[in-house]
Design a protein around this ligand. Structure first.
Ligand code: DHB
Ligand code: FE
Length: 279
């Protein structure tokens, strides 16, 4: 049976793609952000996953506001990146894992999650940049991938409790996958940020640090907040932390921190990194 080696949650911001392309890792603005990654890369090298289930939100590249699934799972042999209009380089395609995709889809639908199944799918910065950060300069990416999208963009959004349960169902599905494979779960986005409106630039360090702590020891803590509470506490795009919560749910039991980093700001965003593994 397959096993889950752990989960890594990573901020996604298009500006990071520009920094990688321009090799700005040692630049004073970028250094505190990029310096967070080597310990997680070392851990990944030891954990040696074959496949990554990447839980993220699409930003209008694959789904637009006219058609917005609450949850969608990719089931394609490969996932192409495309020009998103941020001036960031388009990256080579990512290998899929249709066998795991279909097993996940069967299991999740069996557990009453109503999904959109995507046999063709393009992937945006929220999928590509975390993989670039975790496996820099590795083309093709050394792991096969399964994209899972959560709608954090167009209201109504799924509740925190629902996203946590989705993650748990993903964890159970992976553990029942009849394959000799090691799987890492990656959640992307967050932490607090707001790109639009009167509160543009809003960041809530106090909440983010508490969230980083609670995600390890008491992830259900965040389910006390409604989506509107989370928008108020973390910003309109800060609700991307739902992806982190789902990734944590996939670890099922108790977990320990492998490594964390928090740095303000990257572009308009409080950047966070949290790797964890089951105890
Ligand atoms: C930024 C953050 C995001 O989450 C995103 O998807 C796009 C841009 C930003 O801070 O610039
Ligand atoms: Fe985003």
């Amino acid at each position: 049976m397959a096993s889950i080696v752990g989960a890594v949650n990573v901020t996604h911001v298009p500006y990071i793609g520009r920094a990688i392309a321009n090799k700005l890792q040692q630049d004073p603005y970028w250094k505190p952000f990029f310096d967070g990654f080597p310990p997680v890369r070392d851990w990944l090298a030891k954990a040696s996953p074959d496949v990554a289930v990447v839980i993220y939100n699409d930003h209008g590249l694959n789904f637009f506001l006219d058609k917005q699934p609450t949850f969608a799972v990719g089931a394609a042999p490969e996932y192409r990146n495309a020009d998103e209009g941020w001036g960031i380089p388009t990256l080579p395609p990512y290998r899929g894992d249709p066998d795991l995709s279909w097993h996940l889809i069967e299991s999740l639908v069996g557990e009453e999650f109503d999904l959109v199944t995507c046999q063709e799918m393009v992937v945006d910065h929220a999928f590509t940049l975390p993989l670039e950060l975790l496996w820099p300069d590795r083309h093709p990416c050394p792991v096969r991938t399964v994209p899972v999208c959560i709608n954090t963009v167009q209201h109504p959004l799924p509740t925190a409790a629902r996203c946590f349960k989705l993650g748990q169902a993903i964890g159970r599905a992976v553990e029942s996958w009849d394959a000799d494979a090691r799987v890492v779960v990656i959640g992307t986005g967050g932490l607090s940020h707001q790109l639009d409106g009167q509160r543009a630039g809003f960041i809530n360090k106090k909440f983010d640090l508490l969230f980083l702590e609670k995600l390890i020891a008491d992830p259900l803590w965040v389910t006390r907040y409604s989506i509107l509470d989370l928008v108020e506490l973390t910003g309109t795009q800060g609700v991307e932390l739902l992806n982190w919560l789902a990734a944590r749910g996939a670890l099922l039991g108790e977990v320990q921190k492998v490594h964390a980093n928090y740095h303000i700001p990257i572009s308009n965003t409080a950047s966070g990194l949290l790797a964890m593994e089951g105890i």
